[in-house]
Design a protein around this ligand. Sequence first.
Ligand code: PHE
Length: 457
Amino acid sequence: MSQKSHTHAQWSSRVAFLLAAVGSSVGLGNIWKFPYMTGESGGGAFVLVYLICIALIGLPILMSEWMLGRLGQKNPMSTMQQISGRLKRSPAWALVGLAGILGAYLILSFYSVIGGWALAYVKYAVTNTFGGLDNDSVGGLFGGLLESPTALLGWHSVFMIMTVGVVIGGVAGGLERAAKTLMPALGILLLVMVLYAATTPGFAEGASYLLMPDLSKLTGETVLAALGHAFFTLSLGMGIMMAYGSYLSDDVNIGRTAVTVAIMDTVIALMAGLAIFPIVFSNGLDAGAGPGLIFQTLPLAFGQMSGGWFFGILFFVLLVFAAWTSSISLLEPIVEWLEEKSPLSRTGATIAAGLATWALGIATVLSFNLWSGVHPLGVFAMFEGKTIFDLLDYLTSKIMLPLTGLATIIFVGWYMQRDELRTQLNMSSGAFSVWYAISRFITPIGVAAVFIFGLLH
Ligand code: PHE
């Protein structure tokens, strides 16, 4: 490695880096959130906008975060502080790092609850609960889980303990090795599910629902939802990718790696959609069912297909694993920040961060039962009917992530020197010019426009 003074070690290899980045980005966002958001937003038009957001907004910001991290070599807040200091820019840029940590905290609080749903479904799968389910009983199974604060709290606690355990145990290396087999296994299993979906009568309808855009369905709100999801699914706007970039060695080609990660992430999401919507249409279910969508559709398929018991277990185990690698990446920045700002040891900081996140998660647990009628900001028309979980999701994906992403890209595009960027990205001059123009103009204007229209809708 070259001249820079390093504050910490680097990824053992390019593959290890790629696995960690894919581990963070592929998670519940792809398999749980993407399908239900697509269903709530009317299908293909949402998917089209989402793909455009990944390419023109997510990708340049992913590259920017990695680049800043590699230059700064510290945690996101100190990285922003250091680079803005060197460029004689306002120290306020460090707030971008701080906002990211807050975002990670809020997201992890509900992410863990949904990770808990996936754990509960591992149990249902093992105990063969899916055999013989019909539309009503599959809804009843999910409804029964949501109705029980104690069950949700229990699963949320297990998921949080799993996450804290890995961060304390520092067994990330072991997880990395596991990811090498389990991530491809998830891809293959989704392919099996898509092939199964292809044998169902609703396949053509499901596939065209997902892939044929009906532009009349687009509203400011769905476009903002697509933008927010592009950030969420690529783990952007939280300093996570920036922190990962600080471990990146100079010889890794950022552009090529970012394209690889974005494509893998997108393919997993699209496969999840292609597996789910045919089942929705074959069984006359509601595509707009909301956050329960995959839990109310896939078990029907497992109950009907041959080998369904085995595939059901495998699917939910792999879903838990994908969620786990993402939740670890969400906990890390909070722990690092706490460790730096408090006298706590790493273990102490991890337990404290885990407890604080777990406690906030209780609000999400209750949003699905005892507090389902509590709508804290309901007096404002735009938040009407939104539970605490809905608000946490809205605040993070639709407000915080786009804003920190916007600040990041403005910083890189307008405040950093072209030559430095050019050296960092190490692209041909043609490709660099395209990237630079997109990052300076299209990405920031795109985020700002979607944001404003989305909020005003
Ligand atoms: N990208 C992860 C997913 O799609 C979620 C996540 C968001 C992870 C933000 C880290 C940071 O599931």
